[in-house]
Design a protein around this ligand. Structure first.
Ligand code: NAD
Length: 376
């Protein structure tokens, strides 16, 4: 690497996916290094997190509980809403059925042995609203997930209760999709132990968890969270408190554009979705968007953006960002290892590209989409 740009720095601090074969050992990941364990003084060793609590047993609470159970973590599932006994019983029956169905289906798919299903389910227990303080205050609970509805008053009530009860070695996270960390952190007595951890649905399958520390979050807490999530097989990335994290922000643009194509009569929904699955999806399962910019050259994106902006009368929708414009205007077309985001020596570039092509072939083979060749 000839020079370390700011983008490289931020990427090097994340678990950059680079290969479908083994995300954590891709060329790019090895090259940029993983700074996740570089911060000293974690509040506790991630290996100590053997017990977690999820608060709000809805879709995310159940999905995250399954992810934790699969990894051998003991899970206390807490309700944070007052209910009469009948309502509570109905809730736990539903949650138990959902957990069992989720774990069973993963066993059927070969993710765990059928004989391990009961063992996984035996690690979960259910607790009503009244037990929240007692359970969260347990010394053994090292990781707390708040997953109550996206209603600020519900977040305020529940996070304040969690904050008052949690011990000083616990990591407290919110699964919120929209509230910024600093806005939620004000409800906690010790905001230094708190950060947003945005899981994607279904949480027990999608590897990504977007971590968003706030201005008060102790960096050691972010490190410990990252290490814990990695230890259960997740791929955490870190982003500043900003609306839409990384994926929802990019995804919303792509989804709106797909809907617009149908609205304008350009293609059918089926063809748009096929194009996304076998073109867009396959491409970006192997290469990150920024890797792809550098692969083709920044100038390609720059000219395509300007053309689309004019041709589609798209206003600012397609305008290239300043970072791209400046790179092109400075005469760096990119490509061939001299990208905007990544720099490679020639021998590194060859190894990197070979690894990417190998990953594409593996993915295409898995999807039964390999090109037809006449080679016998
Ligand atoms: N559903 C998704 O795809 C998704 C994805 C990522 C993040 N999230 C975020 O995860 C969080 C939970 O979302 P969800 O989809 O699991 O919601 P949900 O409605 O499925 O579950 C919420 C749970 O909280 C309980 N609850 C309801 N009102 C409450 C209150 N006033 N106080 C305490 N508990 C209450 C509900 O009974 C339910 O058990 C939200 O912040 C959401 O933005 C959701």
């Amino acid at each position: 690497m000839t020079e370390k740009s700011q983008s490289e720095t931020s990427l090097s601090s994340s678990s950059t996916p680079g290969s479908t074969r083994n995300l954590k050992e891709s060329f790019l990941h090895r090259k940029l290094g993983d700074s996740s364990s570089s911060t000293r003084g974690s509040i506790h060793d991630f290996k100590d997190v053997s017990t977690a609590a999820t608060v709000g047993p809805g879709r995310m609470g159940v999905g995250i509980a399954i992810a934790l159970l699969l990894a051998g973590v003991r899970v206390y599932m807490l309700d944070a809403k007052e209910r009469d006994p009948t309502e509570q019983e109905i809730l736990w029956e539903r949650v138990t059925a959902e957990l069992r169905e989720g774990v069973n289906s993963l066993a059927e798919l070969g993710l765990l042995l059928k004989e391990d299903v009961e063992g996984a389910l035996s690690r979960v227990s259910f607790h009503p609203n009244e037990q929240l303080e007692e359970i969260i205050g347990c010394r053994e609970v090292g990781f707390v997930v708040e997953s109550v509805p996206e209603i600020i008053t519900a977040k305020e009530t529940v996070l304040s209760r969690i904050g008052r009860s949690a011990h000083d070695g616990a990591i407290i996270t919110s699964a919120t999709s929209t509230f910024l960390t600093d806005d939620l952190a004000r409800y906690l007595e010790h905001p230094e132990h708190f950060l947003n951890a945005h899981w994607l649905n279904p949480a027990f399958l999608i590897p990504l968890v977007e971590l968003s520390p706030g201005s008060a979050t102790d960096p050691a807490v972010t490190t410990a969270t990252r290490e814990f999530l990695q230890s259960i097989g997740k791929v955490p990335v870190v982003c500043a408190p900003s609306p839409g994290f990384i994926v929802p922000r990019i995804q919303a643009l792509a989804m709106n554009e797909a809907a617009r194509i149908v609205e304008e009569g350009i293609a059918t929904a089926e063809d748009v979705d096929m194009a996304c699955r076998v073109g867009f999806g396959i491409r970006f399962a192997v290469l990150g968007l920024l890797e792809f910019i550098d692969w083709g050259g920044c100038d390609v994106l720059y000219h395509a953006s300007n053309y689309l902006q004019r041709a589609l009368s798209a206003g600012e929708r397609y305008a290239p960002p300043a970072i791209v414009e400046e790179h092109v205007n400075a005469g760096h077309s990119g490509g061939r290892g001299h990208g905007l985001f990544y720099r490679f020596e020639e021998h590194e570039r060859v190894e990197y590209q070979r690894e990417k092509l190998t990953a594409y072939v593996a993915l295409l083979r898995h999807l039964d989409l390999l090109p037809h060749t006449s080679v016998g």
